[in-house]
Design a protein around this ligand. Sequence first.
Ligand SMILES: C[S@@+](CC[C@H](N)C(=O)[O-])C[C@H]1O[C@@H](n2cnc3c(N)ncnc32)[C@H](O)[C@@H]1O
Length: 277
Amino acid sequence: MLSYQHAYHAGNHADVLKHVVLLALLAKLAGKDKPLRYIETHAGAGGYDLRAPAARKNREYLGGIGKIWNAGGMPEAVARLVDLVRRYNDGATTVERYPGSPWLAREMLRPTDSVYLFELHPAENRALEHALGADRRVTVLRVNGLEGCIGLVPPPERRGLVFVDPSYETKDEHSQVVDALHKAHRRFATGTYAIWYPVLERRWVERFERAVRGIGIDAVDVYELRVAPDGRGEGLTGSGMIVANPPWRVREELAIALPWLARELGVDGGGSYRIGD
Ligand SMILES: C[S@@+](CC[C@H](N)C(=O)[O-])C[C@H]1O[C@@H](n2cnc3c(N)ncnc32)[C@H](O)[C@@H]1O
């Protein structure tokens, strides 16, 4: 079942959190003078038009990138995202387009790095191929990313980031994520893994986090941003990124970014964050 379409949600608060964390990880990993492999299991279309009917339906981006686009005093980790979104908008004064994670990631990578992008949905896969396929570092695959990523680790570079951004459409998708992480980590224990999760129900988040931690990976950080208190029954009130084997000092940067994001993106002052290990 592939009914989820990211175009409806592009640029919302969850995308902002996810992409701030992703870029902070890549800035640190690409800061070392050694090649790395970037693998994305659920890549989406690569970019989204915020003026198109899907994005205009609920205008979710107004509660995310739209709120911080012109903000002052941005922490470095947030400015990194906003600068790239501005570049993606070719100097437009208002935000009209929002880049997908594959485009953002590619901007951080060097000529010696490699990129593997999995996207199962035929139309999204075509759009992704069109957006990024001409780059010779990039391979776009129409295969289940949770299965496909296992065969791509460990990379010959011995350094890599696996980014997992599912839509959690089916009941057992979270256990498939945990299972894939377990298998990938057994083959590539030193890799960095970043997994996005939604905050819809606190008990679900607790169970998911416990299951990930149960794998026994040495270092696991959690970066969670909520724009409203849990359980207000208003859909997605927050989201988080679970990061296994985070690069050195990424946490210090995100510890400055998350309180700022909670303040700026919180609805009626109801924003909060959690950083846990
Ligand atoms: C949340 S969206 C990805 C958004 C993207 N990571 C970004 O931040 O720009 C999830 C995508 O995963 C795709 N998808 C769902 N199940 C998949 C699977 N098992 N393997 C690969 N892609 C899948 C969906 O079609 C959808 O485009």
